[in-house]
Design a protein around this ligand. Structure first.
Ligand code: PRT
Length: 120
């Protein structure tokens, strides 16, 4: 887990978002991300689905598992985040849109928010 003595990697999201955006017009032969953009949204969603399943399986293994299994969960989650970022980028969105939404929700109890919803 990240502690105050470990490096802050948050800027990597800004840098990665810029790379993902540039890859929209790059050659699919030279870039995995460009190949995903080239194949289109359905292929990207297929990858997000695959990585979701792999993350769920890794989480089950990690629950009572070894340190290696916990690290495998971290790696699978990174794959899921990465492919989710490609999905957002393909649709003209990025991590900042998601962070803004999380910031908007910050400190609002999920129970309180649900109770305040107007019945449909
Ligand atoms: N963070 C990542 C990253 N994480 C995972 N992957 C790739 O995601 C792919 C998924 O692996 P899988 O085994 O699930 O898929 P696969 O079986 O190889 O592929 P499919 O046949 O299923 O499509 C692998 O090729 C990984 O290398 C990534 N590829 C790229 N990045 C970042 O994106 C940048 C741009 O990458 P390129 O566009 O390839 O230059 C890189 O510099 C990195 O910063």
């Amino acid at each position: 887990m990240n502690t105050p003595s470990t490096p802050n990697h948050a800027p990597v999201l800004d840098a990665l978002a810029e790379v993902l955006k540039q890859r929209r017009s790059a050659s699919p032969e030279n870039s995995y991300v460009a190949s995903l953009h080239h194949k289109g949204l359905n292929k990207i969603l297929e990858k997000v689905g695959e990585e979701t399943t792999e993350t769920l399986l890794a989480a089950k293994d990690a629950e009572h598992g070894s340190e290696a299994q916990r690290q495998a969960l971290v790696a699978e989650t990174a794959d899921l985040w990465f492919h989710s970022l490609v999905m957002l980028s393909h649709l003209g969105l990025d991590h900042q849109d998601v962070l803004n939404e999380l910031a908007r929700r910050f400190d609002i109890s999920g129970h309180d928010e649900k109770a305040a919803r107007t019945p449909s």
